[in-house]
Each structure stands twice: as C-alpha cells, then as structure tokens.
Design a protein around this ligand. Structure first.
Ligand code: XMP
Length: 318
C-alpha cells in the first residue's frame, strides 16, 4: 500500500528529527500496537530504542517466547525480558473482585516498569502504541464519573517518569497499523493478533487465581486459537478466547467419575468493542475444539460456548 508506505517514510523522518541521538524506552507487550510502534521507531533510530517486556505471569501460552524470538533473535532489537510473575501472583493471591484484580495489576505493572525503565538512565523518551481510537476514548472518558471497567494499558506512566511521550501511531486506526506492521516485515502471527487485555488471564480466570488455573487456561485457550487459525476463521473474528469458570461439574471418564472445571469459549465480532455480536461458530469446529480440550487439558471436563452479545454482556467475563 503506497499510502502506508509513504506514511512510514514520513514518520521515520519525523522520529529521527524529534529524537536525534537520544534514547527511547518502549513497553513491548506482544500486541499489535506496541509491536508496530517498536518496529517503526526501530527503523528510525535502531539501537537507541530500548524495549522492555514485562511478564506478569498472566499471558497467553508462549507469549514471551514469540516476542523474544521475533524482536530479539530475528530483528536484533535491544529488548529486556522481565519476569515479574512471582510478584504479581503473590499480590493477587485470594483476590476475587475483578476491579481489585485490575487495580493490583495496573499498580504493580507501573511499579515494575518504572523500576526497569529507570535502569536506562540516559533515556529521554517513552514511546507508546497509542492509536486514534484510544485518543478519542480517553478524552471522552475524561469527564465521566462512572467507570464500567478500568481499562489500563500503561496509562499514567510518563507523568511520573519525567520522560517525553512519543506516540507515532496516534493518527491511525487498527487496520492501518496492521498494514504498516506487514510492510515493516512483522510476522502475521503478531500483526493479525486479537486484542488482549492488560490484566490478561487474571480477568479470564473467574474468581481466585492460582498457578494451576493459569496453566489450565493457557493450554485450553491455545487449542481454541490454534483450531481457529487452522480453519482460517481467526481473522474473521474480532476477539476469541477461553474463560476458566470456578464451577466444577461431574463427568465420566472410562470407569471413573470426574469432578472438574467448566471452561467457556468466547468469540465476538465487532467494529469498536462498544457493542459486539457473538460469533456464529461452525458446530463441527466447536466439536473439534471441545474434544481436543477435554482430551488434552487436565482439570476441565466440560466446555460451553457463550452465545451472548454486548450489550447486555461485556466481551470479557470480568
Ligand atoms: P469489555 O469486556 O469491556 O471489553 O466488553 C471490551 C474490550 O476491552 C478489552 N478489555 C480490557 N483491555 N484492560 C485492557 O487493556 C482491561 O482491563 C480490559 N477489560 C476489557 C476486552 O478484551 C475487549 O477487547
């Protein structure tokens, strides 16, 4: 696409001009926005970009590995991987309220990120993958007193850190950002990725979070996504994921009675995530996913599919 191609040239020139030979810090999450922002800035300033990846222990299966392989091994970025999962899990122990989970994760994330960023003493800029809809949303939400859900990404960081903000994607929509990612050579696996909430699996494990539940959910979610990609439906869906409920039900396995968790599958189609339709998943695919999950993931003996749109439901279960 020539338009996006010239956008890239223009932005690269602009970033070079603004940043000069100063250093830039960026929180890389593995999502589309921060990945494309990183690739664009890297094209402009190369090794003067420092990326930090914070693993809070509530990521999808292989997430850290994909980020490491892509950005460190393949593209040779300056990238620091920070495993803070112990601290997050410790603080989340026994917490069941969704908003409380979000607050703990948001606060801990800022704490960890600030500490890591401060180790790069010579940095003057903080880069973020803010898009046009984020800009609109934060200005629209600025004056309201009602919060339905606190949506944290890494908001609130730059003020405290005394860094200048660099947001090269803030005039763009998601589709344009994906296109730029493709032109910059990012793998399809990253470029076409569904959005993933900042608090990650914490809001997809209903109730108390344990390491065992995280593992169960990661495995089940991975199977679901893998099957969607296999049949080519992944890109037709806006967001798909698995949810681990705290409900246990009775089942049979051979001669034995089992008593395990119910897993819910969720898939929606939407333009802007303010409203969303549940996705009409082919039955044979549901059948395949369900039996693979039941056979492969210990701890689940029943799979259900969520057929609720937004409103009245939200996309996430918490
Ligand atoms: P809901 O559940 O509010 O989700 O219908 C709409 C979109 O927002 C995402 N979401 C979040 N993203 N932090 C985030 O960064 C959050 O706390 C959060 N909660 C929901 C959700 O995945 C969906 O794309």
């Amino acid at each position: 696409d020539w338009q996006m191609g010239s956008f890239i040239d223009e932005k690269v020139r602009e970033i070079k001009e603004i940043v000069g030979n100063k250093k830039v810090i960026l929180g890389l999450s593995g999502g589309v926005d921060s990945s494309v922002a990183a690739a664009l800035i890297h094209k402009a300033i190369g090794d003067n970009l420092y990326c930090i990846f914070v693993d809070h222990g509530l990521l999808r299966k292989n997430e850290g590995e994909i980020v490491y392989k892509t950005f460190k091994e393949r593209f040779g970025f300056n990238l620091k991987m920070v495993d803070a999962s112990k601290m997050f899990l410790e603080r989340l122990k026994g917490v069941i309220d969704p908003e409380e989970k979000r607050k703990i994760i948001g606060k801990t994330f800022v704490e960890v990120f600030e500490k890591e960023a401060s180790l790069f003493k010579d940095a003057e800029f903080l880069a973020q993958g803010t898009l046009y809809p984020d800009v609109i949303e934060s200005s629209a939400h600025g004056g309201t007193s009602v919060t339905i859900k606190t949506h944290h990404n890494v908001g609130g960081l730059p003020e405290k850190m005394n860094l200048k903000l660099l947001e090269p994607l803030r005039d763009l929509f998601k589709d344009e950002v994906r296109e730029i990612g493709r032109i910059l050579g990012l793998p399809e696996e990253i470029v076409s990725r569904h959005p993933f909430p900042g608090p990650g699996l914490a809001v997809r494990i209903i109730g108390e979070i344990t390491e065992d539940k995280i593992r169960i959910l990661q495995e089940a979610d991975h199977i679901f996504i893998e099957e969607l990609r296999k049949v080519g439906l992944y890109n037709d869906i806006s967001q798909a994921f698995a949810v681990l409920t705290p409900v246990k039900t009775v089942g049979v396995m051979g001669d034995y009675r089992t008593y395990e968790y119910v897993l819910a599958l969720r898939a929606v189609k939407t333009e802007d995530f303010m409203t969303a339709d549940w996705y009409e998943m082919p039955y044979n695919l549901l059948k395949k996913v369900s039996s693979r999950i039941i056979n492969k993931v210990k701890g689940i003996n029943r799979v259900v599919y969520d057929v609720t749109s937004k409103p009245p439901a939200t996309v996430e279960w918490e």
